[in-house]
Ligand binder design. Structure first.
Ligand SMILES: Nc1ncnc2c1ncn2[C@@H]1O[C@H](COP(=O)(O)OP(=O)(O)O)[C@@H](O)[C@H]1O
Ligand SMILES: [Mg+2]
Length: 414
């Protein structure tokens, strides 16, 4: 018996029962409430006529589409909406939609004898974008249902922008359900551990929370799997969780206190370190001021020095230091953890300059090789570069003689 209980997925065991327990979706919650409220005391006896004034007040659409990435609370919001409105939730899938008899049963006004108190209904069409090609007929039935039904309909979808949903989108109210911030996810995980009377190293929780990229379901599943392991040191996460985006990495570095996890944060970002430097540089001033800013900038310049040495002397070992300054160093430059929400900026301007410099670097190195070879000044070679470039480009023997590398040859082609 006991083992059975332990094996309930925590995602079900801890599925929020009330709006207050659904975290990080304040805006969506407010909109779902507004949507469900006008229907609140409408029973099955309501007719279009009695419904009309109520609908006019606030509610113009009878269907609501909750769309957004997986594991963010879409299905949960539908369940909670029904519960808080004291309504019964009916889940329909594509084949139900074409089953006229079943629909009739659900929509039939008045299962009269039942008490007058609890007969509000809400229909849920979960994951409408999962309707298979064969079942697409159900989609047009859904449009009819929205027209005719007096029962509010909640539809969920990961991606609602496919063309085949055009008519559906036109008939329904759209609500975007957002990815959940990793700090919110971490709080959800901590609450669950407390209830389970378990403890896990906070760094591990942070790691999980970051790596799921906003997916609470994945985080809770990872947590449930991990508590069974005694030694965390060798934990590897599956591919799905491996990458984190640069925005979360920045948030982690600039807002959190440094930890062991901080050291490795950029290993999970799918960008070369050279580009990460630009991101960090661009966004430090958004979080740090005064002394903190000065310290961080100092470290940034140190990272840059190491970068220079890496390229000039091919000391790849220095990459570790560069990464260390960028992550732990910058994180440790602040006195206290930062709170609040910051919109980080893309370093577009610097990126352009950098790309430009990369290009002129090629130009320079080709001109240098040429100048040395034909005994002219470097400056002159640079000035006459357009002519020289064409000349070298058209003759592979010269390219060989100058010992141009692949990148330089590629540059000639541009
Ligand atoms: N915003 C949230 N707040 C708290 N728990 C959440 C949230 N979103 C998802 N969860 C957890 O993840 C599980 C799956 O969420 P669900 O609503 O089914 O996601 P989906 O958006 O894929 O429909 C829930 O049972 C709950 O435990
Ligand atoms: Mg769902």
């Amino acid at each position: 018996m006991k083992t059975e209980k332990q094996d309930i997925p925590w995602t079900e065991k801890y599925r929020p029962a009330y709006f207050a327990e659904v975290k990080g979706q304040e805006l969506a919650i407010q909109k779902v409430k507004e949507f469900a409220n006008p229907f609140k005391f409408i029973g099955e006896n309501a007719t279009s006529r009695t419904l009309a004034p109520l609908m006019k007040k606030k509610q113009s659409k009878k269907a609501l589409i909750l769309h957004g990435p997986p594991g963010t609370g879409k299905t949960t919001l539908a369940i909670v909406a029904a519960k808080e409105a004291g309504a019964e939730l009916f889940e329909l899938n594509a084949s139900d939609l074409r089953d006229k008899k079943k629909l009739q049963e659900i929509l039939k006004p008045a299962l009269e004898q039942k008490s007058l108190l609890s007969h509000a209904k809400i229909i849920l069409i979960d994951e409408v974008d999962g309707i298979s090609k064969i079942d697409l007929g159900g989609l047009s039935e859904l449009l009819v249902l929205i027209e005719e039904s007096n029962v509010p309909i909640i539809i969920t979808a990961n991606d609602i922008w496919d063309r085949r949903f055009n008519p559906l989108r036109a008939k329904a109210e759209l609500i975007k359900v957002r990815e959940i911030d990793y700090r919110t996810i971490r709080d959800i995980l901590i609450k669950i551990l407390n209830k389970e009377k378990l403890f896990i190293n906070p760094d591990v929780l942070t790691t999980i929370a970051i790596k799921v990229k906003g997916d609470v379901r994945a985080a809770i599943n990872d947590l449930q799997a991990i508590v069974k392991i005694k030694d965390f040191s060798g934990i590897t996460f599956d591919e799905r969780n491996k990458e984190i985006d640069i925005f979360n990495a920045l948030k982690f570095i600039l807002k959190e206190k440094p930890s062991e996890e901080t050291l490795r944060i950029f290993d999970y970002v799918n960008l070369p370190l050279d580009e990460i430097i630009l991101w960090v540089e661009e966004n430090i001033p958004l979080e740090y001021g005064g002394e903190e800013l000065a310290r961080a900038c100092d470290l940034l310049s140190k990272a840059d020095v190491f970068k220079g040495r890496i390229y000039k002397q091919q000391y790849w070992r220095f990459l570790i230091y560069e990464s260390f300054f960028l992550s732990y160093g910058i994180s440790a430059s602040k006195k206290t953890a930062k709170t609040g929400f910051t919109i980080y900026k893309k370093p577009e301007r610097i990126l352009k300059i950098w790309l430009h410099n990369q290009r002129t670097a090629k130009k320079k190195s080709i001109a240098q090789k040429y100048a040395k070879h034909v005994h002219v000044g470097e400056k002159r070679a640079l000035n006459e570069f357009p002519i020289i470039k064409n000349f070298i480009k058209s003759n592979q023997n010269i390219q060989k003689e100058l010992k141009l590398d692949e990148e330089e040859i590629e540059y000639l082609g541009k």
